[in-house]
Design a protein around this ligand. Structure first.
Ligand code: MF3
Ligand code: CO
Length: 249
């Protein structure tokens, strides 16, 4: 069941989404060679709590940290810990917050100094794919328009979209209907309506789309060891297009 949100609810999610964007911005400023991923997690947790919100992932199905940090071939759900950030790494930061009864969820991938042209292109194409998907998030379109546009952009650039993980509706719960795949046909899926709030989150691999779970049972990585990037925004469908809720503004 897809729950439509009122203008008031969308305002709350937008306020939470701004905190998500601010957290990612703060983390990106601290993302330097030598910092440990658990230090980034601590910075995020303290900042979110100082803003009277909760880190949404902590405790979610037993998840043991405030945020997810996924490096190089890791796609999503990397657990912060003792690893030290190195020059040349590709680092995805995924942040969710909960406040005033609603969730917001966002992610971005950063390159740490001296990155290869391929990694740079992967990041650019993944962010473009998200923005192209958001442009298709209009009332009257089938949800498949979003999925299909993301897949086409990624594949035209020679990369692949992860199939086994998808975006999602979001609101009073972190994961609500509908699922938002990053691949598929234009005509498929529900017709988008004003009041729908969606987390759109392309996960893009340099190599094949297949995934594996690491021994910690959380971290999802590419099966072939190729690099992966992830960008995510929470958006609302309005009477005039998509409104990005995980925005600094
Ligand atoms: N951002 C993730 C998602 O959209 C949630 C992280 S899962 C958690 O599904 F377990 F780490 F919380
Ligand atoms: Co999400």
């Amino acid at each position: 069941m897809i729950v439509l949100k009122s203008a008031r609810e969308i305002e709350i999610i937008k306020s939470n989404g701004k905190l998500v964007a601010q957290t990612i911005e703060l983390l990106s400023q601290n993302l330097k060679p030598g910092i440990k991923t658990k230090d980034l997690d601590k910075i995020a947790g303290e900042f979110i709590k100082r803003n009277q919100a909760k880190p949404a992932f902590l405790g979610y199905q037993g998840y043991p940290a405030n945020i997810c940090i996924s490096i190089d071939d890791e796609i999503v759900h990397g657990i912060p810990g003792d690893r030290t950030i190195q020059k040349g790494q590709l680092v995805s930061l995924d942040v969710g917050v909960y406040k005033d009864g609603y969730y917001a969820d966002g992610a971005a991938t950063f390159v740490v100094d001296g990155v290869t042209p391929e990694a740079q292109k992967l990041v650019e194409v993944t962010e473009q794919a998200l923005n192209i998907g958001i442009k298709k998030a209009k009332a009257g379109n089938h949800l498949g328009e979003i999925s299909s546009a993301i897949q086409s952009h990624v594949e035209e650039n020679g990369f692949s979209v992860v199939r086994d993980l998808v975006g999602h509706g979001i609101g009073k719960n972190m994961h609500e209907d509908p699922q938002v795949p990053n691949f598929g046909e234009k005509e498929k899926g529900p017709v988008l309506k004003p009041g729908m709030v969606l987390a759109i989150e392309p996960m893009v691999n340099v190599g094949g789309y297949k995934i594996r779970t690491k021994p910690d049972l959380w971290t999802i990585a590419t099966e072939d060891g190729s690099l992966s990037a992830h960008f995510e925004h929470t958006i609302a469908i309005t009477d005039n297009g998509a409104l990005v809720l995980t925005s600094l503004k």
